[in-house]
Design a protein around this ligand. Structure first.
Ligand SMILES: [Zn+2]
Length: 407
């Protein structure tokens, strides 16, 4: 296969400064070289594709989504905060028909591709997304998620998922691992078993953590609106002893946190929690627009960055987000935290997402040897500074059509 050389006004490698009048050389789906057009042409010959006014960057990584909840978009749009939303989710989850669920997942994957996403961390309770993912041009790490505070229920679900994991892992070439829903909905025995499984299989695991204030109250006191909800939906375990700790401190005590644990949300965390996350090398993913929709607040992005913790981005599902376009999450972060540089936000949407899913050696930046999944973002102006460029890329990615470059 001949070498392809793709040129544009700008190349944004993510791991290096943007390159003016840059080029990327690709061969057999791999990046061979990146540099100025002049530099690339001096080293290599090949078919040249001039993309013109705009920027080439790595395709995006959505580190947390639930494809199988996509069809609930039409059933949960009047949420009045986290607890109401969760109640609606439990009550209405089985309303969509299997074909509605499947069609919505296919549309969601198409939307992800249309908006420049190559890799997702997909949470599933049923495994329904797995056969669809294998037939679509998108990469995924699938997390089979365990739910159950009541030990008996949790055990049944745990065994079902382990069976599913074994079945699918033999049949397909898609990374599949485990997740716990949250510290308030999974018994501590099962949390420990998931941790042990992760250690013995050297696999990344995930959990929703510190998403709402109600979660903090429940773990600190054993009461509050979350307990009422768990009782109402018959998911509360009367033997549950509140640990009297923050969600992060509780999981640390159980030994659940480590460099293979991907914690999602982290809206309600304090200084000690951030210290624990950093010390344990925990992987972090935030879903700011889902948090906004469910009125739980904003994650402390500044404090996490100050602690030098890489932050990945996720959209969460269409049940709690209007769209699954990662450029929207980046634009929202830029609007809420205007002092955070654009390059840091672009990194959250690409390299840090790949890192969160353990795929940073092949995806997330434009570097020789990595897989060539690149996107071209058209830009209207020729920019003077890289700061203006990175902000314009986020804005344009939100509004304009993304063009794929993969060969
Ligand atoms: Zn989620």
């Amino acid at each position: 296969m001949p070498v392809s050389i793709h040129t544009a006004d700008w190349i944004i490698p993510i791991t290096a400064s943007p390159i003016k009048n840059g080029a990327v050389a690709i061969n057999e789906g791999r990046i061979l070289h990146v540099g100025t057009y002049k530099d690339v042409c001096e080293r290599l010959t090949g078919m040249v594709f001039h993309h013109g006014k705009g920027a080439i960057m790595p395709a995006l990584v959505n580190a947390h989504i639930h494809l199988e909840l996509s069809s609930l978009k039409n059933y949960l749009d009047d949420s009045e905060g986290f607890i109401d939303w969760l109640r609606n989710l439990v009550e209405r989850r089985s309303i969509p028909s299997p074909s509605e669920v499947k069609d919505a997942m296919i549309l969601a994957i198409d939307r992800l591709k249309q908006t420049g996403t190559i890799l997702i961390g997909d949470i599933t309770n049923t495994g329904l997304s797995i056969p669809i993912l294998t037939s679509k041009p998108i990469k995924a790490m699938v997390f089979l998620e365990v739910v159950g505070l009541k030990m008996e229920k949790a055990k049944v679900h745990w065994n079902q998922l382990l069976k599913l994991l074994t079945q699918w892992s033999k049949r397909i070439n898609l990374p599949i691992t485990l997740a716990a829903h949250s510290p308030y909905s999974v018994s501590k025995e099962i949390l420990r078993q998931i941790r042990d499984w992760s250690e013995s299989h050297d696999q990344i695991i995930s959990i929703h953590l510190a998403e709402s204030e109600e979660e903090v109250i429940f773990l600190m006191t054993g009461g509050g609106p979350l307990k009422d909800l768990l009782v109402d939906i018959e998911a509360f375990d009367p033997d549950f002893n509140p640990p009297g700790l923050s969600p992060v401190a509780y999981l640390a005590k159980l030994g659940f946190l480590g460099d293979k644990t991907l914690c999602v949300h982290l809206v309600h965390i304090n200084h000690e929690d951030i210290y624990i996350l950093k010390k344990k090398g925990v992987k972090v993913c935030i879903c700011p627009l889902s948090n906004h929709r469910l009125k739980v607040g904003l994650p402390p992005v500044d404090k996490l960055l100050k602690a030098d913790i890489p932050i990945a981005l996720g959209t969460d599902s269409l049940a709690s987000n209007e769209d699954i376009n990662l450029f929207r999450e980046m634009a929202y972060l830029k609007a809420e935290f205007s002092h955070i540089p654009g390059h840091e936000i672009l990194k959250m949407g690409s390299l840090y997402g790949a890192t969160a899913l353990g795929m940073e050696s092949t995806l997330g930046s434009i570097e020789p040897g990595k897989e060539a999944h690149l996107i071209f973002i058209p830009l209207e102006a020729t920019f003077l500074s890289t700061i203006e460029l990175e902000e314009a890329v986020i804005e344009s990615g939100l509004k304009q059509k993304v063009k794929w470059i993969e060969k």
